[in-house]
Design a binder for this molecule. Structure first.
Ligand code: IMP
Length: 438
């Protein structure tokens, strides 16, 4: 029996997150039969602008704003029921379909309280998490405990899982140890319940359960059946390669895998046809951790305000810096990127000069860029001639100032991959859809 195999396309953040994956995934979603989020949780913020209306999605794939599209939240993700319900409402409004995996982990208010408690306790050594309970929920996943979405089908089951083997008591003891009740501004977390109350937590789960349970299913089976019948599946990864747990090698990372390996691990999908690495024309990082090309002066402030570099999920100002080609080369290798999309090129217009980092002093090309290496890495900065023209209405490379075109060529050559499109503004239409070969 011959079997058709569908196209498997991945959108991956090739920096420290916030590369503009939402917009690129949204554009790719048009041709896809199904869009899948497989990793992470409501720490992500994928911005999609549709006809002037901005959607800041955290959990569900960007395909929910497209009528008739099938969207999946896979078993490798951690699902906050409250946020999820808000996004299910967006899907309903747009007439799109959603399947949530029965085995996706549930983020509870107590996970968020522990996240905040740990950050508070760490003081100046805090990670700078999004406070969305991601680390504590993934910790429970790896400890082989915690609620799965399928458990929400009955309150008795929720209670049983939460109390199994002293699980709940352990979480509460941790909260007490961290001084959650006295040291953390619980009001600010907007949890809606006392996170340490078991009864309130069970009731909270059941409040969100009905709607969520209508969408539960076996997403692995669904994704495989789509691929096996020749459909196109788009995998929308979250965060960025440089802050993926397995690669970052220290503490300033998120708690999930941010490369296609995560899709393979949780969904059993391999052999991707295209892995689209999204990079900004400069670099940003939010939260703590090393950032070799960071600009802590007025230039950084200028890029931040010009590029509206404030966290989609937390509103925090993002740290800004020059494009780090050394880190980008590494990230593309680690994620098996096959093509690049450059976003926010328009933000660099009007600067007096541009910097690019090709390498770090004394760090050989083959060196692995883990946290400890990046902490002491000194970027060798090279200049690039700037451009003044506003690029937001440019739709072809022939309309680009020569220096801007050369900037793109330089990126493609340094990474050794083609750039397949360039984003010059937030709207879907603000794209230069031309291939730039290295
Ligand atoms: P967590 O994922 O909330 O535990 O945060 C851990 C680190 O990952 C922090 O530095 C966050 O700022 C960062 N992080 C998490 N999600 C994102 C994202 O979507 N974009 C950029 N940084 C993120």
């Amino acid at each position: 029996m011959s079997r058709r195999t569908g196209r498997k396309i991945v959108v991956v953040g090739a920096q420290w997150g916030d590369e503009g994956k939402g917009k690129i995934a949204d554009i790719e979603a048009e041709q896809a039969d199904m869009i899948v989020r497989s990793e992470g949780g409501a720490n992500a913020g994928h911005t999609v602008v549709v006809q002037g209306r901005t959607y800041k999605l955290h959990l569900l794939p960007c395909g929910i704003v497209r009528a008739g599209k099938m969207n999946v939240f896979g078993p490798g993700g951690v699902f906050d029921p409250k946020v999820g319900r808000e996004e299910l409402a967006i899907a309903r409004e747009h007439g799109s379909e959603v399947m949530l995996d029965t085995h996706a982990s549930v983020v509870l208010p107590i996970h968020r309280a522990i996240d905040a408690g740990r950050e508070f306790a760490a003081g100046k050594n805090a990670i700078g998490t999004t406070l969305r309970g991601i680390g504590p929920c993934y910790s429970d996943f790896w400890l082989r405990r915690g609620l799965k979405l399928g458990d929400l089908r009955s309150s008795a089951r929720v209670r049983e899982v939460l109390t199994d083997g002293g699980y709940w008591d352990e979480l509460v003891a941790l909260c007490v140890h961290l001084g959650v009740a006295t040291r953390v501004d619980i009001e600010k977390l907007n949890l809606g319940i006392d996170p340490m109350s078991l009864d309130a937590t069970v009731a909270w789960c059941m409040e969100h359960a009905t709607e969520i349970c209508d969408h539960l299913g076996d997403t692995r089976r669904l994704v495989h059946s789509m691929v096996d019948t020749g459909r196109t599946v788009l995998f929308e990864l979250a965060q960025g390669v440089m802050i993926g747990t397995h690669l970052e090698g220290g503490k300033f990372c998120t708690s999930s895998t941010c490369t296609p390996a995560g899709i393979s691990a949780s969904l059993g999908i391999y052999g991707f046809d295209r892995v689209i690495g999204v990079t900004k024309a400069y670099a940003t990082r939010v939260g703590g951790g090393p950032f070799p090309t960071e600009l802590t002066d007025d230039l950084g402030d200028y890029i931040r305000s010009n590029g509206a570099e404030f966290g989609t999920t937390t509103g925090r100002p993002r740290r800004c810096g020059w494009l780090d080609l050394r880190a980008l080369r590494y990230a593309c290798k680690m994620a098996g990127v096959t093509e690049l999309v450059v976003t926010k090129l328009d933000v660099l217009s009007g600067l007096r000069g541009l910097g690019l980092c090709e390498e770090y002093e004394g760090v050989e090309e083959r060196a692995t860029l883990v946290e400890s290496v990046l902490q002491t890495a000194k970027p060798v900065l090279e200049g690039h001639r700037p451009w003044a023209k506003d690029l937001t209405s440019v739709r072809a490379t022939s309309e680009l100032p020569t220096t801007a075109y050369e900037y793109l060529i330089r990126i493609a050559q340094s990474i050794g991959l083609p750039i397949t499109s360039v984003s010059v503004g937030p709207d879907r239409e603000a794209m230069i859809n031309e291939r730039i070969e290295p």
